[in-house]
Design a protein around this ligand. Structure first.
Ligand code: CA
Length: 227
């Protein structure tokens, strides 16, 4: 894992570099905004720890430039400022998290690890494809055979679960807990109703059915012609 730290205060920069290096990261330190901006835009990092107040190019400008270039490297902002406005501005510009100085190193490390984990799951897959059905996880768009299908949030989550576990028989109890946060004993009629609605949207108009009922067991998502 390669990290970039952009921090003009020598003490803080070195302290972060040392701590993160000792924690097993490869660390690049830029001591001003110009170098930080250049490195962030031209090299590839798993995460950027970015001071907001830099004497030349501000952290805000750097994160703005990154996001404008479609670079979604996670950014952890460091700042001595503590107004809600600044926090909101940072997050609006595309920072992923915000840490107020002074901070304990353990806190930086925890935030860095959390952001890296989040980044992992983001890049893992952003689109699921089964036959002619596509589900775009980031934009939450669903297309079948080139046609846009509009789903409710629950329907989308249900479809995502089915597609992620395609070919597996999913019991109603599992669907209930994954999509509705309900426990095992809950009324599973909710699931049957939701499946029916989902079928109507994604299967009814197509010859190849994707959602299959496995009697007495649950549901299965699979591309096959006969049910
Ligand atoms: Ca600074």
């Amino acid at each position: 894992m390669r990290l970039l730290i952009v921090e003009d205060e020598e003490k803080t920069g070195n302290y972060l570099k040392q701590g993160l290096s000792e924690s097993g990261f490869r660390v690049e330190l830029a001591i001003n905004g110009l170098d930080g901006h250049h490195l962030a835009m031209t090299e590839s990092f798993d995460l950027i720890v970015l001071d907001v107040m830099l004497p030349d190019v501000s952290g805000w400008r750097i994160v703005k430039a990154l996001r404008a270039a479609n670079n979604d490297t996670p950014v952890l902002f460091l700042s001595a400022r503590d107004s809600v406005e600044d926090r909101v501005k940072g997050l609006e510009l595309g920072a992923d998290d915000y840490l107020i100085k002074p901070f304990a190193f353990s806190e930086v490390l925890a935030r860095v690890r959390t952001l890296l984990r989040r980044g992992d799951s983001k890049t893992e897959v952003d689109r699921l494809d089964v036959a002619d059905l596509q589900l775009d996880i980031r934009s939450r768009k669903v297309m079948r055979n080139g046609q846009r299908i509009v789903l409710s949030t629950k329907e989308f989550n249900l479809l995502e679960l089915l597609m992620r576990r395609q070919g597996e028989v999913l019991p109603r109890s599992l669907i209930a807990s994954e999509v509705w946060d309900m426990n095992f004993d809950s009324d599973t009629n909710v699931i049957d109703v939701a499946i029916r609605r989902l079928r109507k949207k994604i299967d009814d108009d197509f010859e190849m059915k994707l959602i299959h009922t496995v009697r007495g067991m649950g549901y299965k998502f699979e591309a096959e012609n006969v049910e």
